[in-house]
Write a protein that binds this ligand. Structure first.
Ligand code: AP5
Length: 214
């Protein structure tokens, strides 16, 4: 199964990707995670992407398209994949379509998660991320068992640079201007599976499971 998780920052894409990985045994491919790793490593890609990410803007299409072009050739993606945070512009979606058709592959579902702006801001501003394994937590909605320590790998938890409220507002603007048009784009192709993203993490998980099973 080849999936796209579409939604604004804080919609729960990364959170929900984890159960899909476990249930279907397919990899989560997150352009945000790949870019953050590149920034941490100070690689050429990271140096090019850093300023865009810190300001809440999208990284240029050619950079993220080449990340995905490379990542989809890895062996684990042959049995299916979850694209988390890609595509984010119509140009990226067009490039993905060309890439997949050249490899005789296709997207099966675009799971589009919607959440109100106020809740998105609360979720992102309260988010904590593990420095070791990258698992996400929330101070109120999904706290770790021990404050500031990851339940899974015991590494410390930190707040992402771009999770401050002002930067979050810029990310929301970028989403509205550049990514939201993909909802119509995929609806027109009959691939859109809308999910109301408010409720417990388990409730959203059940809604996504039903859509994927249907
Ligand atoms: P990226 O890392 O992709 O960030 P994002 O899309 O802004 O998404 P987030 O990771 O903030 O949110 P999420 O939907 O995964 O929510 P989560 O599950 O963590 O991108 C970062 C940057 O990289 C971009 O701004 C851009 O610069 C660049 N970039 C990446 N991809 C790009 C691309 N394709 N093109 C160009 N640039 C690109 O949940 C959020 C919080 O809410 C967590 O704390 C979680 O515990 C909590 N939560 C989750 N579900 C619920 C629930 N049901 N109820 C209550 N709380 C919940």
């Amino acid at each position: 199964m080849n999936l796209i998780l579409l939604g604004p920052p804080g919609a729960g894409k990364g959170t929900q990707a984890k159960f899909i990985v476990e249930k279907y045994g397919i990899p989560q491919i997150s352009t945000g995670d790949i870019l953050r790793h590149a920034v941490k490593e100070r690689s050429e890609l990271g140096l090019k992407a850093q300023a865009y990410m810190e300001s809440g803007a999208l990284v240029p299409d050619d950079l993220v398209v080449s990340i995905i072009r490379d990542r989809l050739t890895w062996g684990d993606a042959a049995k299916g994949f979850i694209l988390d945070g890609f595509p984010r512009t119509v140009a990226q979606a067009d490039a993905l379509a060309v890439m997949l058709s050249g490899a005789s592959m296709a997207i099966d579902h675009v799971v589009s998660i919607t959440v109100s702006v106020d809740e998105l801001v609360e979720r992102v501003v309260g988010r904590l991320t593990c420095r070791g394994c990258g698992r996400g937590y929330h101070l109120k909605f999904d706290p770790p068992k021990t404050a500031s320590v990851c339940d899974v790998c015991s590494a410390d938890l930190y707040q992402r640079e771009d999770d401050r409220e002002e930067t979050m507002r810029s990310r929301l603007d970028a989403y509205a201007a550049q990514t939201a048009p993909l909802i119509e784009y995929y609806a027109a192709k009959g691939l859109l599976r809308p999910i109301h993203g408010v409720g417990s993490i388990q409730e959203i998980q059940s809604a996504i499971s039903s859509v994927l099973a249907g």
